[in-house]
Design a protein around this ligand. Structure first.
Ligand code: FES
Length: 101
């Protein structure tokens, strides 16, 4: 059963922002829609929370692999084809809650 935990407040993230929570989970605000994924790039553990969010794509700051934050899939043409793990997100009031499954 999904085990949701509060990791941040909705008001913590403006659209276009990334936020590191719980050590290894990144929350992305894509035009008000929230997504959660691992902070560790599957290529060589680059810190995706320090990457750049463009639309629903995050770009790793180390070797610039690009991942869709909605699906976790790597975009073609980068240094890795491996996806980044994504997590379920729900909103309860002003709480952002994430389940790592
Ligand atoms: S560590 Fe992310 S692209 Fe290399």
């Amino acid at each position: 059963m999904a085990n949701f935990q509060t990791v941040a407040q909705v008001s913590d993230l403006a659209p276009g922002q990334l936020k590191l929570v719980r050590g290894d989970v990144v929350i992305a605000n894509v035009d008000g829609e929230l997504f959660a994924f691992s902070s560790r790039c599957p290529h060589d553990k680059g810190p995706l929370d320090k990457g750049k969010l463009t639309g629903e794509v995050v770009i790793c700051p180390l070797h610039f692999a690009q991942f869709n934050v909605r699906t976790g899939q790597a975009l073609p043409g980068g240094v890795t084809k491996d996806p980044v793990p994504t997590y379920a997100v729900r909103i309860e009031g002003d709480d952002i809650q994430v389940s790592k499954g």
